[in-house]
Write a protein that binds this ligand. Structure first.
Ligand code: HMG
Ligand code: MG
Length: 297
């Protein structure tokens, strides 16, 4: 049975903008978040507190957090790789943090310059500081299907990192098909392995759409009982450390699917399109959302 409602976690302002050849201005980032905040989304990843040597596009996230017009019913999340990131996120007034690990060693090294085990160790003081400040923390596991450096990932590898993040206090673990190579059967195998360790209620889908499989993978995940989906407005996105990977599944496409399945999300399509049209215009790009393109005709 499919869930009655799904929470959409909008990651366009972070995952969507972190990979641009020319960084979006602070004003553009703020306006995007403000428009998204009007759409009924309850969860908006707003920026990241990472090294600007690694991801210059996310420099100035503190300014973005301080300038956005906050809606009281929206949770504004910050990506935090280490203690410094968490301290900065707290100072900037983020509502929630997200730590990120990988299921594969190659991506872990390239993305955060340490092994999987070292990253989990590094998160311990981050979780402690979050706890002291009553800050909820989400976890990500990248490369749940395959890794650009190591090749195929096994479901067991994903389940182990998922379990570790959940046990250290992440209230939810988002499973990242970073490269977008997943297909429904493989995604189901990963979810089955993770569900032996952590209830499906604490898992989220974060699927990139490189091979056009993200919606099919989301549907397969809903069939497994999953009810939290990450997506990016206009299908923006990609990780600088996952070469060749394309954007996240588009939020408009996810919303169209949910509406067709009578699954409640609380998100309004017309408002989402306003945000999508704004950011595409600012970046001078065509939307990657089929729904967005069809509705804009
Ligand atoms: P490192 O070089 O090992 O860090 O990088 P370090 O501790 O040795 O410090 C080096 C320098 O960075 C120092 O500065 C630190 O102060 C500074 P210096 O003394 O040389 O002037 N530094 C920082 N600056 C700002 N904020 C910080 C911070 N920490 C240290 N938090 C580090 C390790 C984790 C910092 C680095 O690798 C990093 O920032 N990586 C982030 C990469 C990233 O953001 N990738 C994209 C997001 S993940 C993703 O997209 C996947 C996801 O969407 C899910 C999916 O799709 O799979 C989430
Ligand atoms: Mg991602």
């Amino acid at each position: 049975m499919l869930p009655e409602s799904v929470r959409i976690v909008e990651v366009g302002a972070r995952d969507g903008l972190q990979n641009l050849p020319t960084p979006a201005s602070s004003e553009t980032r703020v306006e995007l978040v403000n428009l998204l905040s009007q759409s009924g989304l309850q969860h908006i990843e707003t920026g990241s507190f990472v090294s600007s040597d690694y991801v210059p596009q996310m420099a100035g996230s503190d300014q973005v957090f301080k300038t956005i017009k906050r809606q009281s019913d929206v949770v504004y999340t910050a990506l935090t790789p280490n203690l410094r990131g968490m301290e900065d996120a707290l100072k900037a007034g983020a509502d929630e943090a997200a730590v990120f690990a990988s299921a594969s060693e190659g991506f872990s090294q390239k993305n955060i310059n340490c092994s999987i085990a070292e990253s989990l160790k590094r998160f311990e003081p981050v979780m402690e500081l979050a706890k002291q400040n009553s800050m909820p923390v989400r976890g990500y596991v990248s490369c749940i299907i395959s890794c650009p450096y190591d090749g195929a990932t096994t479901p067991r590898q994903v389940a182990e990192v998922t379990k570790a993040l959940y046990q250290m206090g992440c209230y939810e673990v988002s499973l990242g098909d970073t490269v977008g190579t997943g297909t429904p059967l493989r995604v189901k195998r990963v979810l089955e392995a993770c569900c032996r360790e952590v209830s499906i209620r604490h898992l989220a889908a974060h699927y990139h759409n490189t091979y056009g499989q993200a919606l099919a993978n989301i549907y397969a995940s809903l069939e497994e009982g999953l009810a939290v989906v990450d997506s990016a407005v206009a299908g923006l996105g990609g990780c600088p450390y996952a070469p060749g990977a394309s954007g996240n599944v588009a939020t408009e496409d996810v919303l169209y699917l949910m509406e067709g399945l009578n699954i409640t999300t609380g998100v309004q399509m017309n408002k989402l399109l306003e945000a999508a049209n704004f950011i595409c215009h600012q970046l001078g790009i065509r939307s990657h959302s089929n729904t967005g393109l069809a509705l804009n005709k």
